[in-house]
Write a protein that binds this ligand. Sequence first.
Ligand SMILES: [Zn+2]
Ligand SMILES: [Zn+2]
Length: 378
Amino acid sequence: MLKDLVNLRKELHQHPELSGREEQTAKRIAEELSRYEPDEIFEEIGGTGVIAKFSSNNGSATKAILFRAELDAIAVQEESGTEYQSEDEGVMHGCGHDGHMAILIGLAHVLKNKMTPDLDVYLLFQPAEETGEGAARVMADERFQRIELDHAYALHNLPGFDEKSVLIKSDVFAAASVGMKVHFKGKSSHAAYPEQGVNPSKHIAEFIRLADVKLDHFRSKNSLNKAVNTYIRMGEPAFGISPGSAELGFTLRSPSDEELANAVNAIREIGGEIDNDFQGDLKMQKVEPFAATINSEKGIETMKKAAMESGLEITELKQPFPWSEDFGEFRKKCPITLFGLGAGRDSAALHSETYDFNDQLIETGVQLFRAILEHHSS
Ligand SMILES: [Zn+2]
Ligand SMILES: [Zn+2]
């Protein structure tokens, strides 16, 4: 079975698809799942998502849990040099979601043998994790809303940590984050007649200065609170035009959803102030919002037992990760637990050109999920 899973992982790796466009991957996953005879397969959940339901062996479940993997890849040109390197230019499985999918398929194999009395198990292959949209879309799907869950679990492989070590963190595991787009619409003109146009450049400079001042309090409150001006777009490298429109991007991060909301308000206030003075039109838009991923205490206890029974080293993290995960969204439905699985100290970083999922983790992942299952069904 393990060999099949590794082959499947490499096949998925070769055909990565970007967030929200995972049609072929979803099709392949649904086909693979059907081999393990789930009681039901739901397709096109929240877009391209797939869910397999394995009912309890006596058909009278009182509890239900869910395990999640992600379908999407990222927009990076792969340079891993493996023989199963991405066949699609500029797209690669640079986050290891190919490996997470293989692990969940391994769990489907375990579930085929109906080892879960009194427990329904759902395997979710979620679209668009990387943009933070997928979990919310799944949550909005009526078929998903009809499913009642007691707990949801997911893992993420993490380069830079000992191979196969289980990384757990109580409370906040990964920060909340949001992007803010600030769009200036002025009027372009000949650079010889700037007075005939509305050039936003000095308002942009003022926006950035104010953001730096007003978000200082937010940043100093917690070292994990971050506010970054991620891009500025205005004009062309030409000298005859005074440009009329521009766009600014900010990314805000915090382990606290509330502090993040305050930072968003600060940006909005700056926008209001600048708009009063700007002769054109200023619009702001919130994009790619990720809720903080907050783990359940009970789930962490279960994880510790599952890791111990599997003979794996446990590392309790002191600080949450500053990056974000849209798995946090599912906390609106049921308690959640997200944990990390060390991918090895030498593994290339996530989202880097040379990254490749460590296949040694497939067996470990299946084993851990299986141990979690056993805890919930006993
Ligand atoms: Zn990623
Ligand atoms: Zn990821």
